[in-house]
Design a protein around this ligand. Structure first.
Ligand SMILES: [Zn+2]
Length: 254
């Protein structure tokens, strides 16, 4: 893999993960050896077999200490979520804490790319909604015979949450009042536009709280149409309006 976008250092990010991620796991120094043996950073050593579930259920005994696969995947999830500032890697809404609300997202799907199911650069954390919607939609196809994980230059059409900075590719803002909530997502790049088309338009609809007020409904329809027509300029206009509104309210309160 070549260097990452924005001058990021691939090796430094892998090292940071190893240094920080497993502090809470018993026998931490041995976790690195386990990850090495599972080719977590080097998919050329792996078979096509999807091993994610097996690793989750595995238990290693190292120096009479038990290390569970579930502890490793849990620490991985926490590390990835912190990289995303505890937001979903796609909709960028705050990740909820419990149950199935912080799901491991396999960017290249496990069912097709088993080799990459347990690979550092193929996993992110998504909310249940985005994970479900994205599962039904497309992803950047790469050669099925590719052994090494593709570098960021492969992902020309689709957003890759580990390689691409969310805010550079997707702009969004929220239109909300007491009985209405709608989130406007606009892609700023080809990859961002594809994510909006495939995932975020449906996600925004699920997050919408509809109003029965005909005037509000019509206004929101105009905002939707404006976002489709004007892209990021529409998002900027909504933000400016909100800022002016807040300022007016503040001045009124004084
Ligand atoms: Zn999401």
């Amino acid at each position: 893999m070549k260097a990452l976008p924005d001058g990021r250092d691939k090796n430094a990010e892998e090292r940071k993960y190893l240094d920080e991620c497993h502090r809470t796991i018993r026998g931490r120094p041995d976790v690195e050896a386990i990850l090495d043996s599972e080719s977590f950073f080097d998919s050329t050593q792996r078979s096509e077999h999807d091993a994610w579930d097996e690793i989750y259920k595995s238990v290693w005994i190292v120096h009479h200490t038990e290390i569970k696969g579930s502890e490793i995947t849990s620490a991985l999830r926490d590390h990835l979520a912190s990289l995303q500032n505890e937001n979903c890697c796609y909709c960028w809404q705050p990740l909820l804490k419990g149950g199935y609300s912080r799901q491991i997202e396999h960017v290249l799907p496990r069912a097709v790319y088993g080799r990459f199911s347990f690979h550092f650069w193929n996993v992110a954390v998504a909310c249940e909604r985005c994970n479900r919607i994205k599962r039904k939609k497309g992803y950047q196809p790469v050669s099925a015979t590719l052994k090494d994980y593709p570098d960021h230059s492969y992902f020309t059409d689709y957003f890759h949450p580990r390689f691409h900075a969310h805010k550079k590719h997707i702009a969004f803002t929220e239109v909300a009042c007491a009985d209405y909530r709608y989130i406007v997502y606009v892609g700023q790049t080809m990859q961002g536009r594809k994510l909006v088309e495939d995932v975020l338009t449906d996600a925004a609809l699920e997050m919408t709280r509809e109003s029965t007020d005909a005037e509000i409904h019509a206004a929101i329809e105009r905002i939707r149409a404006g976002a489709r027509k004007h892209g990021t300029a529409a998002v900027d206009a909504i933000r400016q309006f909100e800022a002016a509104l807040r300022e007016a309210i503040d001045q009124g309160a004084c």
